[in-house]
Design a protein around this ligand. Structure first.
Ligand code: ZN
Length: 327
């Protein structure tokens, strides 16, 4: 049966949609968008979330509905060696093979650091084929304790990511408000932004006004939507793993005929369960400027990210201690 798509507003068959992408363990689903919308922008926006934050899901060994945990590269701080973490352990991205041969034919020595016994044998065999082997081969095992002593780069804000955040906040709004309200004109701008990136960005990485999205113990996903009556704006707050936090402007010049409570969804992606939000909580009354151009210094953002990553590492250790099955 055809129904109006929440983005293009065309009567279409709607496909089931994860509001928070399943690559980071999202489980909340609804039929919101048509196939055309999903093909032209939906998948690309979801993929950006997976690309940027899927690695944290891998670190936490979260259960995905589809697909494998996303392996990611990290750089060992002391040696600068690039390692790959696949959810179970760290491996070098490449084996290391050091060969010395004085005449290019005869092998004087080979020093190999392989990532498995099998790979070691393969490398040895190929060296033996290529060179006349006279000297012995020396091998040793390369052990990496865990990703805590490694670093990797992550983007916290880019054009695609901002639209992906708007899509998540808007998706949640779609299932919470009456359809005629969501499809009304104050929400046209956010639809256009999600669909085509037209106009200025309507979401922003925001660590200043989003403290309430972290509980400093668990890496929770959160979507929170409020109506600011005095400013006539609808504001979306989105957090991934309690670390990466954004604000999104969902509507301007919006007048509601009815009272809203704060609309809240909090989800624990490790235990795969919804967490009860605090009903009495009131978000700060933000202006458009606070939402889209928060005044936050680089040092402040880095310290917030650092705190968030500590929560993840502690959670991994404690969850394992409690008998959970984390890596
Ligand atoms: Zn559509």
């Amino acid at each position: 049966m055809n129904s109006l798509c929440f983005v293009c507003k065309e009567p279409q068959t709607l496909t089931s949609e994860h509001i928070i992408p399943q690559a980071i363990s999202g489980r909340l689903k609804a039929k919101l968008y048509c196939k055309v919308c999903n093909d032209t922008f939906g998948h690309a926006l979801d993929d950006e979330i997976s690309k940027q934050f899927g690695r944290i899901g891998t670190r936490l060994n979260i259960k995905r509905e589809r697909g494998e945990p996303q392996p990611y590269e990290v750089k060992e701080l002391t040696s600068g060696i690039i390692l790959v973490f696949d959810g179970k352990g760290l491996k070098r991205k490449e084996p290391i093979v050091k060969i010395t041969s004085s005449d290019g034919k005869k092998l004087d020595s080979a020093n190999i650091t392989a990532r498995s016994e099998k790979e070691l044998k393969e490398i040895c065999t190929s060296i033996q084929k290529r060179y006349e082997v006279s000297g012995g081969m020396e091998t040793f095992k390369d052990v990496h304790p865990g990703p805590t002593d490694a670093e990797h780069e992550i983007t916290i804000d880019n054009a695609l990511l901002r639209r992906a955040v708007s899509k998540i906040a808007y998706g949640f709004l779609c299932i919470k408000l009456p359809k005629d309200v969501v499809l009304s004109s104050p929400f046209d701008a956010v639809r256009e932004y999600i669909k085509t990136a037209k106009g200025s960005a309507l979401a922003c990485a925001n660590f200043i006004h989003t403290q309430f999205m972290t509980d400093h113990i668990r890496p929770l996903h959160k979507i929170h939507i409020v109506l600011n009556r005095s400013e006539k704006i609808v504001v979306g707050y989105v957090s991934f793993f309690g670390i990466y936090r954004f604000t999104a402007l969902l509507a301007e010049n919006f007048e509601s005929k009815f009272e809203w409570p704060g609309l809240d969804y909090t989800f624990d992606p490790v235990r795969l369960e919804q967490v009860v939000g605090n009903d009495n909580f009131r978000t700060p009354q933000l202006t458009k400027e606070n939402i889209l151009r928060p005044k936050q210094s680089k040092e402040f953002v880095l310290s917030e990210l650092h705190k968030g990553h500590k929560v993840i590492e502690n959670y991994v250790v404690n969850y394992k201690f409690l008998g959970g099955e984390l890596c």
